[in-house]
Write a protein that binds this ligand. Structure first.
Ligand SMILES: Cc1cc2nc3c(=O)[nH]c(=O)nc-3n(C[C@H](O)[C@H](O)[C@H](O)COP(=O)(O)OP(=O)(O)OC[C@H]3O[C@@H](n4cnc5c(N)ncnc54)[C@H](O)[C@@H]3O)c2cc1C
Length: 289
């Protein structure tokens, strides 16, 4: 399997900026995210503080990011990363059924906007999952509950409906959802996930919904869950001025490192993270000689 120099997770301003700089430094990069770029970019009505692009609409900025990546021949791999594992001198990334490898990783996944549900973290890996593509085979022919925080998660629920005997979908947003008939849409707000004799159970004000597996799908996962051993401060990853984390070879940039949540700060940190990752790889190479 091809081992990349740098895997960059996230296609918001932080990840895009990191990718452009890493490419400039001649590194082989794997950029993971979405061709829609970032919900937080797309949804901005009008941005007044992005230098050089006055009063740009969010969707225009997203299109400009896409165009710049295309022109720099940087491909976006549309995969959701479930976990990053340190394997000694490289990292393995869980991307559905695939496990791409990289010598360094830049985390640019933004900040998880929603708090975890009571019971969610305790049951993670024991009935609660963050990745339908990764864990669907465990629930073949069984019942799944999906708590979806944005319409983007609907495709994951549709996929589960091909594998599971029953799928319940709890949309955490007002519009839609657009799903196969087989998926039961339950418009009730989950308050917690309980461990019961019937399996992990989604509890709402109106009822209890036992399942074999509960999938909690949101744009960003808490960083400590994404990378085991990563030092965090609440929802944020601890970094120094070089955007280095406590794990050698892992860098972080953008909203994930803390406030202020701003495009320019994210882009600036992406640039620093890529330069630091490139220097880390160069040092490593030189030591080998
Ligand atoms: C409505 C709105 C308006 C705003 N207006 C402004 C403004 O005018 N000026 C300003 O400076 N800031 C503004 N902000 C803040 C700004 O959006 C954020 O600070 C900025 O987007 C952060 O960039 P980021 O790259 O760190 O993260 P994000 O833009 O959140 O991007 C994160 C990326 O990571 C991807 N991702 C997450 N988890 C995974 C995973 N596990 N696997 C693969 N990919 C993953 C996501 O799909 C996304 O592509 C606004 C925010 C909102 C919501």
């Amino acid at each position: 399997m091809e081992r990349y120099d740098i895997a960059i997770i996230g296609t918001g301003p932080a990840g895009v900026s990191a990718a452009l700089t890493a490419k400039n430094r001649n590194k082989r990069i794997l950029l993971l995210g979405s061709r829609q770029m970032s919900e937080k970019v797309e949804k901005a009505h009008e941005i007044r503080n992005y230098p050089g692009l006055p009063f740009v609409k969010g969707e225009e900025l997203a299109a400009a990011f896409r165009d710049q990546l295309d022109r720099m021949e940087i491909e976006i791999t549309e995969k959701r990363i479930g976990a990053v594992y340190a394997m000694g001198d490289y990292f393995a990334l869980q991307a559905g059924e695939e496990m791409p490898e990289a010598k360094a990783v830049i985390l640019a996944t933004g900040v998880a906007s929603a708090k975890t549900l009571p019971g969610e973290e305790a049951l993670l890996g024991r009935g609660v999952s963050y990745c339908a593509t990764c864990d669907a085979p465990l629930y073949r022919g069984r019942t799944a509950a999906v708590i979806g925080y944005s319409p983007r998660e609907e495709s994951e629920a549709a996929f589960l409906s091909e594998v599971c005997s029953r799928v319940m979908y709890f949309p955490m947003y007002p519009e839609g959802p657009v799903l196969p008939d087989k998926v039961e849409v339950i418009r009730e707000k989950p308050a917690e996930i309980l461990k019961t004799e019937d399996g992990p159970t989604v509890v709402t004000a109106a009822g209890k919904y036992p399942a074999d597996g509960v999938f909690v799908l949101r744009e960003a996962v808490a960083p400590a869950q994404l990378v085991p051993g990563l030092e965090t401060d609440g929802a944020h990853v601890k970094v120094n001025r070089r955007m280095e984390t406590n794990l050698p070879g892992v860098f972080a940039c953008g909203d994930i490192t803390g406030t202020p949540y701003q495009y320019v700060k994210a882009a600036g940190e992406g640039n620093v993270a890529a330069i630091s990752a490139a220097a880390y790889l160069d040092r490593r190479e030189n030591r080998k000689e």
